[in-house]
Design a protein around this ligand. Sequence first.
Ligand code: PMP
Length: 362
Amino acid sequence: MTTERVFNFSAGPAALPTPVLEQAQRELLNWRGSGMSVMEVSHRGADFVEYAAHSESTLRRLLDVPDDYKVLFLAGGATLQFASIPLNLTRDGDTADYVITGNWGKKAVSEAKRYCNVHIAADAADVGYTRAVPADQWKLSDAPKYVHFTPNETIHGVEYHEIPDVGDVPLVADYSSSILSRPLDVRRFGLIYAGAQKNIGPAGIALLIVREDLIGSARRQTPGIVDYRTMADADSMWNTPPTFAWYLAGLVFDWLLGQGGLAAIERVNIAKADKLYQFIDASDFYANPVEPGSRSRMNVPFTLPDEALNAPFLEESAAAGLMNLKGHRAVGGMRASIYNAVPPAAVDALVQFMADFERRRG
Ligand code: PMP
């Protein structure tokens, strides 16, 4: 039991900015003078419709989203998009190309295979997903409807630091774990999507940014809430959206703008990641397996020299208020997720704890 907020290194649902939670707390019982919480008002009422438009325009400002791209807020998380994308972008007999960068890329492939032919353009399995295979090594098929990749693999801690060039083929990107961590040239993509529970807000909503010409060709059997045309025409309110998640996402967008926008948050993210990686690299005790040029700024996996040390590390770090450092079972060891809302002080405290643990156990 603790009465203080801890440093939360969870990969998701992840830390939210404290000022955002405080604002939600202040507004919880009486949102905008309605005498009701935002969860209790109609999504079709003027207040929520205005709020939804405000959140979209803030997001458009943050990412500089061009006018010919639609922004959608969709239920079902990123996982529903694994199926929605081929349902909207392919027809029977079509091929889509996928780059497998780790577990999430694999899951995207397994869902897409239900609907279309999948061609694997690259797969970093041979190096244990410790490297972002550069785009000039992707082997595209003859006429793919799109190329899908995962710019940041949350489990393996691998990130693309350049946007791959695939010519005129629409580039589709699962930005779940790195959206809003840096400025992005949206024009380079046909479609960007992200589950919310890392850099956007609470679980239960996904953000989709899609070029207009890719909307409107969904298969006939596509459910309405999955069809981008239906959802775009209804401003993402064809059915009742997850209003509370959307509300919190809007607060996070406002918070980001207040931090100075994405260029400013990127500088903070680089400083946090550099500090942690430099510490790990300077130590003979901790190790990170990812190629330096492919290391993620958001998810930093690391191992200790002996697996028997994992349990004491987790126990003692939790006692020091550093939570959720256990690595994913697929890679073992530890993982520190250091999304936008994880403050530099959290990384400072982690590095200090790691140094102290090494001194005592090394
Ligand atoms: N893609 C990536 C890169 C992820 O990290 C995750 C969740 N950790 C998902 C997809 C799945 O997201 P959701 O649980 O929101 O469906």
